[in-house]
Design a protein around this ligand. Structure first.
Ligand SMILES: *Cc1c(COP(=O)(O)O)cnc(C)c1O
Length: 466
């Protein structure tokens, strides 16, 4: 039976429901399965030609166990992957070179791969809350991207109120409209008179106010929630199987920020999917690539790039992989993480680095290289890459040695989400897909509030559905 432990050793024997609702472990660690579920070659062969939703069931039931009724899980997966995604294949493959493919993960409501996990997470949350007769209030701050994915994930949830703060006038128009044009009674957009940091500080302050936190039953849709990783494992299976797994191994190149997406690929490999190379693509914010070069994880200032969803300082999900790398020695992992928190750095010995380098490759891609690849790909194939996708594909092509192994590069956002960078590289302003084509005509709903904790708390209190 599946059970979960904290990477820092303080918790074990947890059920899927525990890890879904809590997100972070009480000792500050992240939840991982105590053992990896395994798929044999035969199991994988049997998934050939099977639709996305059914593969999603086969994968997720391994991680959910008895926590959710099997018939309910099937119903939820159908609702998510057959209704909310604009492509019949959910995550289609497109060829962009000899034995080189792009896995399109932008057919969800907000046009980024985060929909594949958040759409499921929202429904799972709602289902568990319904059974417990509970309600939660989700509060979050966004600089643009994650806010819309979280709102889309919660708009249909009966037991969730969601409040998203964005800095007034400081997000792109597409991003703002994706959040503010959702007309649902449980969705609330706050345009704060302040910066993104002000938004984040107010959210932290609301969580630190114990009475408010308790009264409102505050919760978060975190980037480190295990259920998000689980949902992302599915498309590695569907892609590899389409290209001939289990008899044919496949390599994946993944534009990486928080390490969530590529960690899901690692999980698929631990489960038995034959993955040859796992290739991390970094932009100029290259903490991970530097780690694989030097063996030292070291924070530096974040600098803006053409691929803003990867402009990060810390890759929080990396802790999950590190735990495996040190042989699940949770005490020594906790030491590493403490050193990182205190000094902004930690190092790994040569033995462990040899293992890490045998499991991942990492390459960085400058803004100039990103633009050049977008231009070249369009000239050669007519295919438009978004800047994040270009970073991953660039890394994949740098590492690739054996052209007989299919290279799958993950397309994590629709090019229309980053129209300026795309126009500069290929000379065309990409159009939004049909379900968003009237985005600029829709009515926006948001409330402008001063950067003031009491005002924001009053707003939340008076707008939750009780
Ligand atoms: C979130 C995001 C990433 C980074 O993914 P991680 O799981 O954080 O590594 C890359 N590209 C796009 C478009 C994203 O939205």
């Amino acid at each position: 039976m599946i059970s979960y432990m904290s990477t820092r050793g303080g918790e074990s024997g947890k059920t899927f429901t525990d890890v879904l609702l809590n997100g972070l472990a009480f000792d500050g660690g992240l939840f991982i399965p105590e053992h990896w579920p395994k798929f044999s070659e035969d199991d994988i062969s049997h998934l050939s030609g099977v639709p996305y939703t059914d593969i999603a069931y086969k994968v997720t039931e391994q991680f959910i166990g008895n926590a959710i009724d099997k018939a309910d899980l099937k119903k939820i997966l159908n609702e998510v992957y057959q209704k909310e995604f604009a492509h019949a294949c959910v995550a289609p493959l497109v060829q962009v070179g000899p034995n080189a493919w792009v896995l399109e993960l932008f057919h969800g409501p907000t046009l980024a791969f985060k929909d594949y996990a958040l759409q499921l997470l929202g429904r799972l949350f709602d289902h568990v809350l319904e059974q417990r007769g509970e309600r939660v209030t989700i509060v979050g701050a966004t600089s643009g991207d994650t806010g819309s994915a979280a709102i889309e994930a919660c708009r249909h949830c009966k037991n969730i109120d969601i409040f998203i703060l964005h800095p007034e006038g400081r997000t792109s128009e597409v991003q703002r409209r994706q959040m503010t044009t959702i007309d649902a009674p449980n969705v609330h957009n706050i345009a704060l008179k302040g910066t993104f940091d002000d938004c984040q500080n107010l959210v932290k302050a609301m969580f630190n106010d114990k009475k408010f936190r308790g009264d409102m039953n505050l919760s978060a849709v975190n980037s480190i929630n295990w259920a998000r990783i689980m949902a992302q494992i599915v498309y590695y299976f569907t892609a590899a199987i389409s290209l001939g797994s289990p008899s044919r191994p496949v390599s994946f190149a993944v534009p990486t920020g928080n390490f969530g997406n590529i960690y899901a690929a690692y999980a698929a490999r631990q489960m038995g999917l034959p993955i040859k190379r796992l290739i991390i693509g970094s932009n100029r914010n290259d903490i991970l690539t530097r780690f694989f070069e030097t063996g030292a994880m070291k924070c530096e200032e974040v600098a803006p790039s053409l691929s803003p969803s990867m402009d990060i300082q810390i890759s929080s999900n990396f802790e999950r992989y590190l735990c495996d790398l040190v042989g699940r020695d949770t005490a020594s992992l906790a030491k590493l993480m403490n050193s990182f928190k205190e000094k902004g750095t930690f190092s790994i010995g040569p033995e462990h680095m040899r293992k890490a380098r045998s499991e991942f490759d990492a390459r960085r891609c400058t803004d100039e290289q990103t633009q050049a690849l977008m231009t070249a790909c369009y000239k050669e194939t007519g295919y438009i890459l978004d800047p994040h996708t270009a970073v991953g594909l660039f890394a994949g092509m740098q590492v690739r040695e054996d052209p007989s192994v299919p290279l799958v590069s993950l397309a994590c956002a629709h090019p229309a989400k980053f129209p300026d960078a795309v126009e500069k590289a290929v000379g065309i302003r990409p159009e939004l897909p049909p379900h968003l084509s009237d985005l600029y005509d829709r009515t926006e709903l948001f409330t402008v509030l001063d950067n003031d904790l009491t005002r924001v708390q009053d707003f939340v209190r008076s707008n939750v559905i009780s």
